[in-house]
Design a protein around this ligand. Structure first.
Ligand code: ADP
Ligand code: MG
Length: 271
């Protein structure tokens, strides 16, 4: 892995939300603000599936937003394939693709139209783009007629797959997936996980994904950063993480690791 070039580097990155930033929400109730990301340093290599595992409120979405130029860090530096996120925003935006829980696409448009829109954003046009998009959508096991039906008529799992498949339009790419499988049924979850693996294996994608699902992190990620209160408390392969804890009788799970490192229980399943 480490012979691969660095896709993402974060050096001592911090982000605080001040109480004044959301005063309008809390009407007068003063809070000290929250250090959502606290002095995070990390290197992700090209071709990795890198997981950020933590409970709700631990800073996962903020972490992703800092990489994707949606938020500016208070301190520290983020580079993507060597491009500084703060100074080379345009170059960075061409190298990243972010998909959040509320998948960002036009619900009234079809998968085909959504991908055409994406292609234009990346400067691809004409017949090339059309052919590429048709090939991409074929890989998703969409019914032929669904390609030209509004996205809102599809299942959430399928919508998520279309959103992720947009990453196939460009390479190399750093794909940022913020809780890609949260709220999906078990089958859609497996399909999305399969697609993530395929993107890495067949399409030279580097993937940073957040999750609060231990099983997903364990099965899908090459390395995992465990995050609690904005800080990385451990970073290793799933195997390496499990070796941090010793258990009598049964093999340790990531749940055990999390408990030991943070003293907290990770709520595994969303309601
Ligand atoms: P996660 O994605 O792991 O649930 P977040 O990154 O969304 O965590 O949030 C981390 C912390 O930062 C939480 O305490 C949250 O309330 C706070 N936070 C996130 N976004 C904002 C914001 N825009 N304004 C103020 N506080 C925020
Ligand atoms: Mg989040």
């Amino acid at each position: 892995m480490s012979t691969q070039p660095i896709a993402l580097e974060m050096q001592n990155v911090s982000k605080r939300f001040n109480s004044s930033d959301f005063k309008w929400l809390k009407r007068g109730k003063e809070t000290a603000g929250v250090l959502a990301v606290n002095d995070v340093s990390v290197q992700v290599y090209r071709g990795e599936i890198f997981g950020v595992l933590g409970p709700n409120g631990s800073g996962k979405s903020t972490f992703i937003r800092l990489i994707s130029t949606l938020l500016v860090p208070d301190a520290g530096r983020v580079t993507i394939f060597g491009h500084d996120v703060a100074r080379e925003e345009r170059a960075v935006q061409r190298l990243i693709n972010r998909v959040s829980v509320e998948a960002a696409f036009f619900k009234k448009l079809s998968p085909f139209e959504n991908l055409m829109y994406g292609a234009r954003l990346y400067g691809l046009g004409g017949a090339d783009a059309r052919a590429k998009i048709e090939a991409i959508l074929k890989r998703l096991d969409l019914r032929a007629d669904a390609i030209h039906r509004p996205m809102e008529e599809m299942s959430r799992g399928m919508q998520q797959k279309v959103a992720i498949a947009r990453a196939l339009l460009t390479a190399p790419i750093l794909l940022l997936l913020d809780e890609p499988t949260t709220g999906l049924d078990p089958r859609s979850k497996r399909e999305v996980q399969h697609l993530v693996r395929e993107l890495r294996d067949a399409h030279d994608a580097t993937i940073v994904l957040t999750t609060h699902d231990m099983g997903e992190a364990d099965a899908l990620c090459d390395r995992i950063a465990i995050i609690a209160d904005g800080k990385i408390v451990a970073l290793d392969t799933p195997r390496g993480l499990k070796q941090l804890v010793t258990r009598n009788g049964h093999a340790p799970t990531l749940e055990d690791v999390f408990m030991q490192l943070t003293g907290k229980q990770l709520v595994t399943e969303e309601t």
